[in-house]
Design a protein around this ligand. Structure first.
Ligand code: SF4
Length: 342
């Protein structure tokens, strides 16, 4: 049996058929799931997905929602550019099509939708014959066909796309595509469990004992380190939060005022704010790894003698403990604030 037919048979018997976004093949629902699943496991995504769908059941609801609410429901999933692009794409889809499209070309023209995501939606919702190549599929193909080289390198990626296209069956695209996803998230996950896989008889990595070394990992580079001081300014109105600029790290989220690196925290606070004497103290910091640097957050807590009126209510606000769950906050800032006594 061919690679595709083996996978189709296996998917129909052993694959996943009851994920929340499989309940109906609505392009909007599939799209949201595909974006949430980028870099994130299914078990983590499901509760986020259900909350998101309950609040934004269709593309129109997402398009006209307050951006803060979208970010709040995304908060904890990370990679916040995905949430911002999601809403921008919803607005563009409404303006261009009056609905969320399912055709590959229209999907590809929306922000945050790449070739593989557009292909997956068009297969499931428009019956198109297209290849997908997300991280899980790359792993399956590299192992099964013994492809060396980091899949992030263009020549390797091009080779994988050509291979993915050549493997497409004439029929059963839906089961085949879902089967690739299920295999990459199940038996052929990072730690391969080949005993559960339908492809063992033809798999290069299985036969060569190279499941642990394929796919070739990204060449190691040492991430640069950055240190930033985060100010927890507290008053009877709660903790002072500031809105981050719309793009860049934690773009559009609420975060804490920052201190310039290397400054003396007590002096910097005292210069900028009317503090209760002796209230400044430094807490153990936190570490957070981004794709391109490691952040060491220094945390300085201080009590304000009186709450300051926010300079601009769109960019500054006071937040009490109970408000935190309704706000879009970066995960480490949320963890920090929730760990502090009220
Ligand atoms: S046999 Fe093992 S390594 Fe090969 S595709 Fe299946 S799970 Fe992956």
């Amino acid at each position: 049996m061919s690679f595709a037919n083996t996978l189709i048979t296996w998917q129909r018997q052993h694959g996943r058929h009851h994920l929340p976004w499989q309940e109906n093949r609505d392009a909007y629902r599939v799209w949201v799931s595909e974006i949430m699943l980028q870099q994130t496991q299914v078990s983590t995504v499901i509760p986020y997905y259900r909350r998101f769908m309950a609040r934004f059941p269709d593309v129109g609801a997402l398009a006209c929602a307050p951006p803060d609410e979208v970010l709040a429901l995304w908060s904890g999933l990370g990679y916040y550019a995905r949430a911002r692009n999601l809403q921008r794409a919803a607005q563009l889809a409404m303006a261009r099509h009056g609905a969320f499209p399912a055709a590959f070309g229209q999907l590809l023209a929306l922000p945050g939708i790449g070739r593989s995501t557009a292909a997956a939606i068009s297969v499931f919702c428009n019956g198109e014959r297209r290849a997908i190549l997300d991280g899980n599929v790359r792993r399956v193909l590299c192992r099964h066909f013994g492809i060396d080289g980091w899949p992030g390198e263009k020549p390797v990626e091009n080779r994988l796309w050509a291979l993915a296209e050549s493997l497409l069956p004439e029929t059963g695209l839906d089961s085949y595509t879902q089967g690739l996803m299920d295999l990459g998230a199940g038996p052929c996950a990072r730690r391969a469990d080949c005993a559960r896989c339908p492809l063992t008889a033809t798999c290069h990595a299985r036969q060569q004992g190279s499941t642990a070394t394929l796919p070739t990992p990204r060449p190691r580079t040492r991430l640069p380190e950055r240190t930033t001081g985060f100010l927890v300014l507290r008053s009877t109105h709660g903790t002072l939060l500031e809105k981050r600029p719309p793009s860049g790290i934690w773009g559009g989220l609420w975060s804490l005022p920052e201190l310039p690196p290397g400054c003396d925290p007590a002096r910097a606070c005292a210069d900028g704010y009317p503090l209760v004497a002796g209230s400044v103290h430094v807490l153990p910091g936190f570490r957070h790894t981004f794709t391109h640097f490691r952040l060491h957050g220094e945390v300085i807590v201080a009590e304000l003698a009186a709450p300051l009126p926010p300079a601009d209510p769109d960019l500054q606000r006071w937040a009490r403990h109970d408000d935190l769950c309704h706000l879009g906050l970066p995960a480490p800032i949320r963890t920090l604030l929730e760990s502090l006594p009220c």
